[in-house]
Design a protein around this ligand. Structure first.
Ligand code: PEP
Ligand code: MN
Length: 340
């Protein structure tokens, strides 16, 4: 962090600031120019509040030269992280598609969807048991029973399962869940993130509705700071002024995050667009720009879905998307697969 002081700052105030900074466990390198003094802070500056420093009377500007996220930062971990989810690898050239309904509705639905998406190439099964719905009058999910049905489907297909948690008190119910999803609405539920940091489960962290990439990385940092390094990031579209699509898919997040972090990055074109017909082009685009995987909503009968039917693919449509995505992956593999 660099702190530029105002010209002719009073010496006693400058000394007070330097002493205070040293008390924050950083070394202070002082360079005195003809007109201005510049302080270079060396060490772990993550705990220093740059806004507070910038607000001081003698301070002209403050600039961070290293990001406040350490564990997620590629600078300290140059190789891609590869996460192994019960035998399914993701990251570092390993690509995986997560598919399944928005919400778990019945055993027949889960068995049919899971066997069909597996046959089409999906590696993990998704399904919401606890649903974060905008209206309290909408279907809230089958809760514990939903997790049981996901586990039933896992027994049949062998596919690891992904499902969302909304409350840390529910953690015991997730004991056999392979990947715990933190939805967009909870990306900054810091108490939940801290609890997940104490587990050794893979966490799928979805980008908040209006969150910056830095905020998403800081949320990943909450989980990792607790000791759990198994985090997958998911771009799922952000709020903009556009209304034709449910959200605006920020695909530039993929190469940008790739620079900033070693964590695997996947894309959810279903929630990003809200329209089943847009899922295929956006899934292909996500594969083309280097995503490590996709999460796609698939329902055996989208018209009758209890949640997000408009954006859900039929298993047949999913098979077509998976095939196209595979073709795109072949073309771009040399660009993104470090082992290629
Ligand atoms: C979901 O994946 O079911 C979901 C609710 O997504 P998001 O949190 O991205 O809205
Ligand atoms: Mn959904």
């Amino acid at each position: 962090m660099i702190v530029v002081l105002k010209p002719q700052s009073e010496q006693s105030q400058v000394e007070n600031l330097i002493n205070w900074l040293k008390e924050q466990n950083v070394d202070v390198h002082i360079s005195e120019g003809h007109f201005q003094t510049v302080l270079g802070l060396i060490g772990d500056t993550a705990k220093i509040d740059d806004d507070l420093v910038a607000s001081l009377e003698i301070v002209e500007t403050v600039k961070r030269v290293s990001e406040p996220f350490k564990s997620a930062n590629r600078k300290f971990h140059p190789d891609d992280s590869i996460i192994d989810i019960s035998g399914v690898k993701i990251g570092g050239g390993n690509f995986a598609i997560i598919a399944g309904p928005c919400s778990v509705e019945s055993e027949a639905q889960m068995i049919e969807v899971s066997t069909k998406v597996k046959a089409a190439g999906a590696k993990l099964l998704r399904g919401g048991a606890f649903k974060p719905r905008t209206s309290p009058y909408d279907f809230q999910g089958l809760k514990a029973e939903g997790i049981e049905l996901l586990l039933e489907a896992k027994k049949v297909t062998g596919m690891p399962i992904v499902t969302e948690i909304m409350n840390a008190n529910h953690l015991p119910l997730f004991e056999h869940v392979d990947v715990i999803q933190v939805g967009a609405r909870n990306m900054q539920n810091f108490e939940l993130l801290k609890e997940l940091g104490k587990t050794n489960k893979t966490i799928l962290l979805k980008r908040g509705l209006a969150s910056t990439l830095k905020e998403m990385l800081m949320s990943a940092e909450y989980i990792m700071a607790g000791g759990n390094e198994n985090v997958i990031l998911c771009e799922r579209g952000i709020r903009t002024y556009e209304t034709y699509t449910r959200n605006t898919l920020d695909l530039s997040a993929v190469p940008m995050l790739r620079e900033l972090t070693h964590l695997p990055i996947i894309v959810d074109p279903s929630h990003a667009t809200g329209l089943s017909r847009l899922v295929k082009p956006m899934a292909m685009a996500a594969a083309a720009c280097g995503a490590d995987g996709l999460m796609i909503e698939v329902h055996n009968n989208p018209k009758a879905a209890l949640c997000d039917g408009a954006q859900s693919l039929t298993p047949e449509q999913f098979a077509d998307v998976a095939k196209r995505v595979e073709a795109i992956r072949e073309v771009v593999k040399a660009e993104y697969d470090p082992t290629f």
